[in-house]
Design a protein around this ligand. Sequence first.
Ligand SMILES: C[S@@+](CC[C@H](N)C(=O)[O-])C[C@H]1O[C@@H](n2cnc3c(N)ncnc32)[C@H](O)[C@@H]1O
Length: 243
Amino acid sequence: MRMRRKPWTEPLLDGCPYLVNEPQAQRGRWRERFADPGLPMELEIGCGKGVSTVRMARENPGVNFVAIDEVRHVLAVTIKNAEAAYAPEPVGNLALSCVDAMFIRDSFGPEDGFRRLHISFPNPWTVRSKHEKRRLTHPRQLMQYREFLAPGAELLLKTDDGLLFADSKRYLAYCGFEIAYETDDLHASGYAPNYVSEHEALYSGQGIPIHFLIARMAELPPDFRWEFDGRRLDNIDRRENPR
Ligand SMILES: C[S@@+](CC[C@H](N)C(=O)[O-])C[C@H]1O[C@@H](n2cnc3c(N)ncnc32)[C@H](O)[C@@H]1O
């Protein structure tokens, strides 16, 4: 469900003090963006319109949040949501940026040390197997995330897609993440606090159960190899990117 570019988005994006326009220049220095750089850091990839992002950030002032999406103009909706939720206070503990997660290691480094990584309703890429590597939970991605997550950090994944969920558990195990919590019906599970995202509301409204897991980053398995399903994990060809 792609949002069409609207004329009001550019002025909002241009004037937003917490939108980071040069994320690569911020690599390893994201915490300096915030009023209190000593707070724990959390990252969301593919935040979309930021429905859950903004609630999570607003209700957790003791955490600094960075939320990214590869589509810049969708972040204008996140800005609108944030302004409404924080008013009359300034948006203090949230930074936004347009980053393609396929090349995320260019924008985040070990010094950023995120304690949590949120991925909600990523594109499942289930139609053609050759597109599997574009999944935000593919080992090629997880090995990039390992570089900027703090030791013991948690990855939180929500999806309506059972196949993506099952495959993601396989990917996580391969890359040294241990499942700490999982449910195939988040809304019946009693898990709290749960910040409902735009797509989560959409799917659960249709009676579709939500798969959810928390995986903790541990040591890489001793037999780990930089190869998965016959493909190298460390060469990301920019021409592979669909956009
Ligand atoms: C289905 S939407 C989910 C949005 C939101 N997380 C939710 O749960 O409602 C997927 C989002 O991921 C973003 N996305 C997809 N691939 C991405 C990538 N490689 N890097 C960053 N964002 C990406 C899309 O632009 C879109 O906003």
